[in-house]
Design a protein. Structure first.
Ligand SMILES: Cc1cc2nc3c(=O)[nH]c(=O)nc-3n(C[C@H](O)[C@H](O)[C@H](O)COP(=O)(O)OP(=O)(O)OC[C@H]3O[C@@H](n4cnc5c(N)ncnc54)[C@H](O)[C@@H]3O)c2cc1C
Length: 366
C-alpha cells in the first residue's frame, strides 16, 4: 500500500493532522494501535483552554490562542460535512481560587504574560460577589476567580468520532489494530505493523501519543515523552448547575458534571484510586456545594502525554527528512491548530507557522 502521508497514531492529534492534510488533497493513511493502547483522547477533560498556557513561553500562549480562535469554524465544518454534532461553548472559563494570596499570585503572572502578548490576553478578576452573579452555585470558600474570555469546552469524544468519520469521508484510511513496530527509510518510508502489514509513504507523521517514546528514536527523534495520570469523575445528568467550565468542574453538553483531574507521576498506570477520587470530589464540593447531593456514575483514569516542559513538540527529523514528530499535552485545545495551521508546516508552505520554539533541540543538551 502506498500513500503520501502515513500518520502513526489515530488519537485526536493524528486525526486532526490527517483531516488537515486530506483537506489539502493529500492521500493519507492513519495507523492506530490495538485495544491495549493508552488513549488520552478518550479520557480527557474536554477544555478548549487558553489561560495558564505558556506562562514561561508566550509563543505557546499565542499558539493556543490561534487554535481557540479557529476552533468554532473547525467544529462547524466537521459537523456540516458529517451531520454529527461537535458541541463547543466558548463563553469564557474560570480559574477558581480559595485564597486571596493565590489569586494575586496568578494575576501577577497573567499581567506579565499579557505584556509579553502586547495586551492581547482578555481576562478579568472577579471577587466572590461578582462571581456569584455569574455562577450562583459557587460556594463560600471560593474567594474569587479569573474569567478568561478565550476559554471554553467541547465534547472530546464526539469530536473524535466526527473527525474519524470526516477523514474517511474525504478518502483517508483509518486502520485500527495496526500497531507499528518498525519504521525505516530505504527510499520512501517503510512502516511495518505487528500483524505484518507494510505501508510505503512519502512522509510520516509520528503522533502516537505515549507510543512515540518507543518509535521516535527509530526516526531520529529524542521523543522525551512521559505519562502523567489524571483521574476524572462524572455525575448523573443534572439541570443547569454550572454556567462556565472551570479547572475543577464543567457541565458537559449532555448534563453530567465532569470533575477532574489529578496530576500524578505514576508511570504507565491508568487506574483510579480512592484517595485520588476523594480529593477531586472534596475540591468540587468546596467549589460547588450542591454537588454534595449529586450521584457519581463513573470514574476513570487516563494518561497525559507530556514533554519535559509541558509544551508541544513539532520536529522534522534531521536524519530522516520527511518524518515529523507531532505531540502535545493539550490535544483538544490544539485540535483546530493541528487541523488548519499545522499542515502548512508539514508541507513546507510559505504560510507555515513558525514553530521553531517547539523543536526538540530545546531538550538536546538537557
Ligand atoms: C485526564 C486528562 C485530562 C485532559 N484534559 C484536557 C483538556 O481539558 N484539554 C485539552 O486540550 N487536553 C486535555 N488532555 C490532553 C489530551 O487528551 C491529549 O493532549 C490528547 O488526547 C493527546 O492526543 P494524542 O493523539 O497525542 O494521544 P492519544 O490519544 O494517546 O493517542 C495516541 C494513539 O497512538 C496510538 N499508538 C500508540 N503507539 C502506536 C503504535 N506503535 N502504532 C500505532 N499506533 C500507536 C494509540 O493507539 C493511540 O490511539 C487531557 C488528558 C488527560 C489524560
Amino acid at each position: 500500500m502506498e500513500t503520501d502521508y502515513a500518520i502513526v497514531g489515530g488519537g485526536i492529534v493524528g486525526l486532526s493532522v490527517a483531516w488537515g492534510l486530506l483537506r489539502r488533497g493529500r492521500r493519507v493513511a492513519v495507523l492506530d494501535g490495538d485495544d491495549g493502547a493508552f488513549r488520552a483522547s478518550r479520557g480527557n477533560f474536554g477544555l478548549v483552554w487558553v489561560q495558564g498556557k505558556g506562562m514561561r513561553q508566550p509563543r505557546y500562549a499565542r499558539w493556543s490562542q490561534h487554535s481557540a480562535a479557529v476552533w468554532a469554524e473547525f467544529a462547524a465544518e466537521i459537523a456540516a460535512n458529517t451531520g454529527r454534532d461537535v458541541p463547543l461553548e466558548q463563553n469564557g472559563g474560570f480559574d477558581l481560587h480559595f485564597s486571596e494570596e493565590a489569586l494575586e499570585a496568578t494575576v501577577a503572572q497573567y499581567e506579565a504574560l499579557k505584556t509579553a502578548l502586547d495586551g492581547d490576553y482578555p481576562y478579568e478578576v472577579l471577587g466572590h460577589n461578582a462571581l456569584r452573579k455569574e455562577e450562583p452555585n459557587i460556594g463560600p470558600k471560593v474567594v474569587g476567580a479569573i474569567l478568561h474570555h478565550q476559554d471554553g469546552h467541547a465534547n472530546p469524544l464526539k469530536l473524535l468520532t466526527a473527525l474519524a468519520a470526516d477523514v474517511r469521508r474525504m478518502g483517508g484510511q483509518v486502520l485500527i489494530g495496526k500497531t507499528v513496530t518498525d519504521l525505516s527509510k530505504p527510499d520512501a518510508f517503510r512502516i511495518t505493523c505487528a500483524d505484518g502489514t507494510i505501508l510505503s509513504a512519502e512522509k510520516i507523521v509520528l503522533s502516537a501519543g505515549l507510543g512515540a517514546a518507543e518509535l521516535g528514536p527509530k526516526l531520529g527523534f529524542i521523543a522525551p515523552i512521559r505519562p502523567q495520570r489524571g483521574q476524572v469523575l462524572i455525575t448523573e445528568k443534572l439541570p443547569k448547575l454550572i454556567n462556565r467550565p472551570s479547572l475543577i468542574a464543567r457541565q458537559v453538553d449532555e448534563g453530567g458534571i465532569q470533575i477532574g483531574a489529578t496530576n500524578e507521576e505514576v508511570g504507565l498506570d491508568d487506574r483510579v484510586t480512592q484517595p485520588g477520587l476523594s480529593g477531586l470530589a472534596a475540591d468540587a464540593i468546596a467549589a460547588y456545594p450542591a454537588l454534595a447531593r449529586a450521584q457519581l456514575v463513573r470514574s476513570w483514569g487516563a494518561l497525559r502525554v507530556l514533554s519535559p516542559d509541558g509544551l508541544p513538540i513539532y520536529q522534522e527529523s534531521v536524519t530522516m527528512p520527511g518524518a515529523f514528530l507531532v505531540t502535545c499535552h493539550s490535544g483538544i485545545t490544539l485540535a483546530a491548530a493541528h487541523a488548519r495551521l499545522l499542515p502548512d508546516w508539514l508541507e513546507g508552505a510559505a504560510t507555515a507557522p513558525d514553530l521553531e520554539v517547539f523543536s526538540e533541540s530545546r531538550f538536546a543538551f538537557s
